[in-house]
Design a protein around this ligand. Structure first.
Ligand SMILES: Cc1cc2ncn([C@H]3O[C@H](COP(=O)(O)O)[C@@H](O)[C@H]3O)c2cc1C
Ligand SMILES: O=C(O)c1cccnc1
Length: 337
């Protein structure tokens, strides 16, 4: 178990009282009020500090079950170059809100010899195992990848991050996310498997069968056992990233299905970390809905996005900033003339 500090409940109470006193009917700003109180508790002050420095880290890696995708495995490596060129979906959306994007090769099945060395500095392996027939990771790799995620979060926080966003890039990763959620929550594969990048009904049926075979393989009970058997190096690194944000008391905006699944496993490692996480958006993948419900998190936005990369979380940043501005700038009912 990793200890995590708790957000400041006194600041939360103070924020709620101030929200009630603002020049509006009580509760009229709905979810914005809840987010404003959440951020006050996270920062320990009312109003909370501005959320200026937002950092997306895209954990890129391949998964043995890439045949469950509508797209070929080679897309993962190719997309790393797109992130570096600033042309991915999340690059473009992040620019709109002034967020930075960093991509790391955690387990891409390609040497990526042409990309800068710092992108490959944390590489754990080339592709994770095919979870339907073998463990995703060798002994020790899950905890190494988890530690990498923690180190990466530390670097971003030391560099000034006010908010962390986990991004994912890995063909086949929605099958892995579904397997992790099914294992942690004891759900059947058919309930959690979605269409990912857009497989048809037959493709989804094959994906369900892959996840069923994965769930039927023997595995240990602990979170690192689950990451080893059913996860991937990216899943473990993402879990570490989420936990370390919490350890450092820095808010984290979860993105879609992959970070939702990683969060569910990460909570088994650091139960109080969930207090530092918000769900940026509702993914179209069923396993994300199960994961968020189990975590007690309600998505801020529901735009029908199914991209991953951190894109949905980035879209929620203006809403979080708006929630803070309400608390910082609105007048008081008591001052009505
Ligand atoms: C060009 C392209 C860019 C992406 N960016 C994110 N994903 C997303 O789709 C993949 C997961 O869906 P599945 O499990 O069906 O493969 C992951 O790579 C995820 O990051 C992409 C997928 C593609 C094809
Ligand atoms: O919702 C997501 O996070 C998602 C869905 C499909 C493919 N990649 C990501």
């Amino acid at each position: 178990m990793i200890d995590v500090p708790l957000p400041d409940s006194r600041a939360r109470e103070e924020a709620l009282a101030r929200l009630d006193a603002l020049v509006k009917p009580v509760g009229a700003l709905g979810r914005l009020e809840e987010l404003a109180a959440w951020l006050s508790a996270a920062h320990g002050v009312v109003p909370p500090r501005p959320v200026e420095d937002v950092r997306v880290v895209v954990f890129a890696g391949d998964h043995g079950v890439s045949a469950t995708s509508a797209y070929p495995r080679e897309v993962t490596a190719a997309m790393v170059r797109v992130f570096l060129a600033g042309r991915s979906g999340v690059n473009v959306l992040a620019k709109q809100v002034g967020a930075r994007v960093r991509v790391l090769d955690i387990a891409v099945d390609d040497d990526l010899a042409d990309v800068p060395e710092d992108v490959r500095a944390y590489k754990i392996r080339r592709g994770s195992g095919s979870i339907d027939v073998e463990d995703a990771l060798a002994p020790g790799e899950a905890s190494r990848a988890f530690d990498v995620g923690r180190e990466v979060a530390d670097k971003e926080i030391d560099g000034g991050a006010d908010l962390l966003i986990p991004g994912d890039m890995g063909i086949g990763n929605t099958a892995v996310a579904a397997a992790l959620v099914a294992a942690v929550l004891g759900l059947p594969a058919a309930d959690v498997v979605g269409t990912g990048t857009g497989v048809d009904e037959a493709g989804r049926a094959r994906k369900v069968a892959v996840v069923e075979r994965a769930l039927a393989r023997p595995r240990g009970d602990g979170p690192f056992d689950v990451l080893t058997a059913l996860g991937s190096a990216c899943a473990a690194a993402t879990a570490g990233f989420l936990v370390q944000g919490a350890v450092r008391g820095v808010p984290v905006l979860l993105d879609g299905v992959f970070s939702g699944a990683a969060a569910l496993v990460a909570r088994e490692i650091a139960p109080d970390a969930v207090h530092w996480w918000l769900a940026g958006h509702r993914s179209t993948e069923p396993s994300q809905a199960y994961a968020l419900k189990a975590l007690g998190l309600a998505p801020i936005l529901d735009l029908g996005l199914r991209l991953g990369e951190g894109s949905g979380a980035v879209q929620a940043v203006p809403t979080l900033r708006a929630a803070r501005a309400v608390l910082a700038e609105m007048g008081l009912l008591a001052d009505l003339a």
